[in-house]
Write a protein that binds this ligand. Structure first.
Ligand code: DAT
Ligand code: MG
Length: 150
C-alpha cells in the first residue's frame, strides 16, 4: 500500500551536521521525498506533536529537545519532510532503528548516530511516524496540503 510518513531531522541531527547523511539513508530506501521545509517549532506544535507522551517522566525534556533548547538552536529549527511510497511508514522506521539509540541496530540512523546524554536524554537524530493513524495526524499537523507534491 502506498503510504505517507512524517520525518523530522531533530535538533541534534542538524547541530551535529547529520542532515545529509540522514537524507542519504532515506534516499537509499527508494521512497520519494514529497515535501520538505525548515520549521521553527513552537511550544504549541511540540506539545501537540508529542501529546500521546504527555504523561511520561521525560516529556518536558522531550519538548525542550525537539525545540532545539539542548543544542543552542535559537530559532527552534527542525527539518520536516514527508516521504511517500510502498510501506513507507515501516520502511522509514527500519532505516531509523529503535527508539533507544543503545538498542538500535548497527547501520540504522539511530544505531550509527544516536546517543544517550549523561543526563539520560535520548538523542536519536530523527523522528518518523509510527503507524498509519500517527502518520496521517502528523503529516496534517506539520504540512498544509498544498505543500505536499500531488
Ligand atoms: P519514536 O521516536 O521511536 O517513535 P516514541 O514515540 O516512543 O519513540 O518517543 C518519542 C521520543 O521520546 C523518542 O524519540 C525519544 C523520547 N523517548 C522515548 N522513550 C524514552 C525514554 N524511555 N527515555 C528518554 N526519552 C525517551
Ligand atoms: Mg513515536
Amino acid at each position: 500500500m502506498t503510504e505517507q510518513t512524517l520525518v523530522l531531522i531533530k535538533p541534534d541531527g542538524l547541530a551535529r551536521r547529520l542532515t545529509g547523511l540522514t537524507i542519504d539513508r532515506l534516499d537509499a530506501s527508494g521512497l520519494q521525498m514529497v515535501a520538505a521545509k525548515m520549521v521553527g517549532v513552537s511550544e504549541k506544535l511540540a506539545r501537540e506533536h508529542y501529546k500521546s507522551l504527555s504523561d511520561k517522566p521525560f516529556f518536558e525534556n522531550l519538548i525542550k529537545y525537539i525545540r532545539g533548547e539542548f543544542h543552542g538552536l535559537k530559532d527552534h529549527r527542525v527539518l520536516a519532510m514527508v516521504y511517500r511510497g510502498e510501506n513507507a511508514i515501516k520502511k522509514v522506521r527500519e532505516v531509523c532503528g529503535a527508539t533507544n539509540p543503545e538498542q538500535a541496530a548497527a547501520g540504522t540512523i539511530r544505531g550509527s548516530f544516536g546517543r544517550i546524554t549523561t543526563a539520560g536524554q535520548f538523542e536519536n537524530v530523527i523522528h518518523a511516524s509510527s503507524d498509519p493513524s500517527d502518520a496521517a495526524r502528523e503529516v496534517a499537523l506539520w504540512f498544509k496540503p498544498e505543500e505536499i507534491l500531488p
